[in-house]
Write a protein that binds this ligand. Structure first.
Ligand code: APR
Length: 252
């Protein structure tokens, strides 16, 4: 692993336009469970029954009582971890230009990253299905489920449910950045949900290096990724940053 950490630090030091694609694996150390794998959210809830827009429209109270109430509790308590902090430092060094995240926990912004594309929306805000009034999730009253706006309409989180499209501006900008970047860090995602998982493929086909950081291999590992650094993102990213800062210091 040491060689690959050195290699990633060197690649980042030489990069002019690095971006990152992040997924649920980076928020595990903040206490937010991933979706897939052992202990994952989809082990408890069938996504088609609880996270599809048709399921929400048909029975919002069921989705609120199970999935959304639990998510609200977990996300309310979560704080940025080492991975988020390393990504802030990479941005402030001028190395990392943008983060495309599939996460809805707002932890990149809480940590201090400025340019974050929330590909799957975010859980920090809700919107009334009738009058479209927005309300911060922190101010949503959960005494009555589903929570309702003053107009009587039901609140929905500003996340992208299965069956919904990615906001076109987010999709277009992500595709553009993916084709223009020279490095894409792919951190903590199983890379099985489209179209997010297409971004590293676009990057690779446009000539960028794709560096994966994940304890497991993914469908990108053989073919799209240049290399996989196998390990927990907190440890791996902190070690890459250490090496990178040493290099920058040595280069004066
Ligand atoms: N550090 C880095 N990666 C980790 C760690 C860790 N400590 N622990 C686990 N992982 C990896 C897993 O190996 C897995 O590849 O994180 C990944 C988590 O995968 P998913 O749970 O599938 O999360 P993600 O890829 O973000 O899911 C994509 O699917 O249903 C949805 O909309 C939801 O945005 C989500 C999308």
């Amino acid at each position: 692993m040491d060689d690959l950490i050195d290699k990633a630090a060197k690649d980042l030091a030489n990069s002019k336009s690095a971006i990152a694609l992040t997924g649920a694996g980076i928020s595990i150390e903040s206490g937010i469970p991933p979706f897939r794998g052992r202990g994952g959210i989809w082990e408890k809830f069938d996504p088609m029954e609880y996270a599809h827009i048709d399921a929400f429209t048909k029975d919002p109270a069921k989705v609120w009582n199970a999935l959304l109430r639990e998510m609200k509790g977990i996300i309310d308590r979560a704080k940025p971890n080492d991975v988020h902090k390393v990504l802030v430092r990479l941005e402030s060094l001028g190395i990392l230009k943008t983060i495309i995240t599939q996460n809805i926990d707002s932890l990149h912004q809480k940590a201090g990253n400025k340019d974050v594309i929330e590909f799957h929306g975010n859980f920090a805000w809700h919107r009334c299905l009738d009058c479209e009034k927005r309300c911060e999730t922190a101010d949503i009253n959960l005494e009555h489920i589903p929570p309702r706006c003053e107009c009587g309409g039901i609140y929905r989180p500003e996340v992208i449910f299965f069956g919904e499209i990615i906001p076109p501006n987010h999709l277009m900008r992500s595709r553009q950045l993916s084709s223009d970047c020279d490095i894409m860090l792919v951190v903590g995602t199983s890379a099985v949900v489209q179209p997010a998982a297409l971004m590293p493929v676009i990057a690779k086909e446009s000539g960028a290096k794709v560096i994966e950081i994940n304890p497991e291999s993914t469908p990108l590992t053989d073919g799209t990724s240049d290399y996989l650094i196998k390990g927990n993102a907190g440890e791996v990213m902190s070690r890459i940053l250490n090496q990178l800062e040493r290099r920058i210091k040595a280069d004066g």
